[in-house]
Ligand binder design. Structure first.
Ligand code: ZN
Length: 316
């Protein structure tokens, strides 16, 4: 048993998920424990150490087989220095997590932000398996993203590449302010938050829609109503899809990816949403650039973070 294994840690605000992967990105073992953010960064780091040791102990593998431990964190990270600059969800500010964990666990450690590791996970062994150039969107509260070119995460000058939700794609007259301070960002319409806001606006305006009967609107309510033929809801979902497709056309001429992968809660709308995104993409991307390009749903769900974190050793 000398096969090397890779441990991936998905450090979230509520739970720390730990997985063991082989060199092909196959997730073989998982464990989950509470993050315990209110107890402070020291406790959170202790928990990571504890859970990593625990999962290896209860697996059929030996500690000697662990070739590296990767960690994905929801927040700003300095990948080169191994520092979490700011991660409010886990209560980290300027935490040199790589050196701390390397000292405690005696293994090589790599870190990156959660969007990048989730993208890497999908690219490695999910919807992008076997494809070297792909761009991943996560449609949740916001719109997250990660870019994999040549099989590796694109970091950019300051590690900020892949902030797809903040591409300014909405025309000025329709643009509203985004949480980032800019106007007209993609996530103001294509995130769950954006979809709910547009629906609430329609209800407040007095538009004739079944959504006016819904107590507390969710993105799923809007998507379900659209599928059931509610015209107002359908217009909102079309708008979310249109700007996703438009942003993809812009990315296609910039990076020429082979595949766009879409995950997150809103992507559960399925083909209803995807068909509209593909339609816009086909309309707006120049002919040679769109040849052979596919737009598909993510496959790994919540496991993408663990798998991608483990993959930091082989694919970054
Ligand atoms: Zn923004």
């Amino acid at each position: 048993m000398s096969e090397q294994i890779y441990v991936g840690v998905d450090l979230g605000g509520t739970a720390i998920k730990v997985g063991i992967c082989d060199a092909e990105g196959k997730l073989m073992h998982t464990y989950e424990g509470p993050t315990e953010v209110p107890l402070g960064p020291e406790t959170v780091i202790n928990n990571i150490e504890k859970y990593v040791r625990h999962i290896v102990e209860e697996s059929p593998y030996d500690w000697e087989q662990v070739a590296g431990i990767g960690t994905g964190v929801a927040g700003f990270t300095n990948v080169k220095e191994g520092i979490v600059i700011l991660a409010p969800n886990v209560g980290f500010k300027d935490v040199p997590i790589r050196s701390i964990l390397e000292e405690r666990l005696g293994k090589p450690i790599k870190i990156d932000n959660d969007a990048n590791v989730a993208a890497l996970g999908e690219a490695w062994s999910g919807a992008g398996a076997g494809i070297d150039h792909c761009v991943c969107y996560t449609l949740g509260t916001g719109v997250g993203g990660g870019i994999i070119i040549g099989g590796k995460i694109v970091q950019g000058f300051a590690g900020l590449a892949g902030e797809l939700g903040h591409m300014s794609v909405i025309p000025d007259l329709e643009a509203i302010q985004c949480g980032c301070g800019q106007m007209g960002c993609l996530e103001t319409v294509s995130s769950a938050t954006g979809i709910i806001r547009m629906a609430q606006d329609a209800v407040d305006r007095g538009d004739r829609t079944s959504l006016s009967l819904v107590e507390k609107l969710t993105a799923k309510d809007v998507i379900d109503a659209a599928k059931a033929g509610d015209e107002v809801a359908a217009r909102i979902v079309s708008r979310a899809a249109f700007y996703l497709g438009k942003s993809m056309a812009a990315i296609a001429v910039t990076l020429n990816p082979e595949r766009f992968i879409i995950g997150g809660g809103v992507s559960k709308a399925g083909e209803f949403l995807f068909e509209q995104i593909r339609e816009t993409f086909a309309k707006l991307a120049p002919e040679p650039v769109k040849q052979g390009v596919t737009i598909v749903s993510a496959e790994l769900g919540n496991d993408a973070g663990m798998i991608g974190a483990a993959g930091l050793f082989l694919r970054s």
